[in-house]
Design a protein around this ligand. Structure first.
Ligand SMILES: NC(=O)c1ccc[n+]([C@@H]2O[C@H](COP(=O)([O-])OP(=O)(O)OC[C@H]3O[C@@H](n4cnc5c(N)ncnc54)[C@H](OP(=O)(O)O)[C@@H]3O)[C@@H](O)[C@H]2O)c1
Length: 315
């Protein structure tokens, strides 16, 4: 772990040079950290394709971005609902057809702390289904396109990965017996990052030229805690959000922008704010717990994810 990798202030967008000619695809970018990441990328001249579920919110986001960066700002929206695998497939097809190249695919979208057990269209517990299975399929379908550019995949995790069960609950992936808003969210975020580290291994073995980076936004003021989360969580979060302990959504976006753009980052690393509890502070490498790198669990998760999403990896 090297907290000082990017100097005292940690990584900030001041390090960015022009991103003109670069193309980024980001999920869940109409609000929160994804929206802020889009802003930073556009401000440096990049082209950004947002994969969002809500057309109205997305058009509003595009209007706001064009008001800020000019009518020529290169930002577009492709409809994708991660809670519906057929929608992920359609969106991936559209990306392959219409997006010129992908320098980084940023898996940012998520739902969190869903109060009551809910299911995606394909019958998966909603947090695992949206956060992990949806992105697992998306990365599978867009991998070749990312490889064409020798690009990268960025997975936005959460400190929650180490707060829940600390493993994958293969015997009850839908939490039929022990549903818990936070534990189940944490399970989905652990699944996301275990997939990312396993993908790094497989890429290396197959001699592919794609990098995979994992990050987290710390504690950031976004719309993640919303009407679908338990009342007590909303109350606690609103108190915390009013304190300096919780940082802005803009700062929360730095780790994912860094992972999408910075050269010479490490694999098997976990980037995010390095301050107290990793909630805020300078962005750099954070401690990664060894259970997230357990290859036996990750391999099993990979097999289950391929089966559930009906996709296969060629390597
Ligand atoms: N904020 C934090 O403190 C915090 C802490 C740890 C980790 N994170 C992670 O940071 C990332 C960004 O979250 P955020 O805090 O910026 O939350 P946010 O403001 O709620 O943004 C989440 C985005 O995901 C989208 N989304 C949700 N369900 C989707 C679906 N089924 N299909 C497609 N898109 C969907 C949302 O779209 P809608 O607007 O349509 O709902 C929204 O654009 C997430 O991966 C989250 O787990 C955040």
């Amino acid at each position: 772990m090297n907290k000082k990798e990017f100097g005292k202030k940690g990584w900030t967008p001041e390090r960015l040079e022009s991103l003109s000619g670069k193309t980024y695809v980001i999920t869940g970018a109409n609000t929160g950290a994804g929206f802020e990441a889009t802003k930073i990328l556009l401000s440096k001249g990049a082209e950004v394709f947002m994969l969002n579920r809500n057309a109205k919110k997305s058009n509003k986001a595009i209007d706001d971005l064009k008001a800020q960066f000019g009518a020529d700002a290169k930002v577009a929206f492709i409809k994708m609902d991660l809670a519906e695998l057929s929608s992920v497939r359609n969106a991936a097809e559209e990306v392959i057809r219409t997006v010129p190249k992908i320098d980084a695919l940023i898996c940012n979208a998520a739902v969190a702390q869903v109060a009551k057990q809910a299911f995606t269209n394909d019958g998966f517990e909603s947090q695992l289904g949206i956060n992990h299975y949806g992105h697992f399929l998306l990365v599978n379908l867009l991998f070749d396109k990312v490889e064409e550019t020798r690009g990268r995949v960025v997975v936005v995790g959460s400190q929650g990965y180490k707060m829940g069960l600390k493993t994958i609950q293969f015997e009850d992936m839908n939490f039929d017996k022990n549903y818990h808003p936070n534990n189940t969210y944490c399970h989905s975020k652990l699944a996301q990052i275990m997939f990312a580290y396993e993908l790094q291994h497989r890429i290396k073995k197959a001699n592919k030229d794609v990098k995979v980076y994992v990050c987290h936004p710390g504690a950031s003021k976004t719309s993640l805690i919303n009407k679908d989360t338990p009342l007590m969580t909303r109350i606690t979060w609103s108190i915390l959000s009013a304190s300096p302990m919780v940082q802005s959504a803009e700062k929360g976006s730095y780790p994912e922008v860094m992972c999408a753009t910075e050269d010479n980052l490490k694999q098997q690393a976990y980037y995010g704010p390095t301050g107290r509890m990793n909630w805020g502070g300078p962005v750099g490498a954070c401690k990664l717990e060894p259970f997230a790198l357990d290859r036996e669990v990750a391999g099993k998760l990979w097999d289950v994810s391929e089966k559930e999403t009906n996709c296969t990896w060629s390597f």
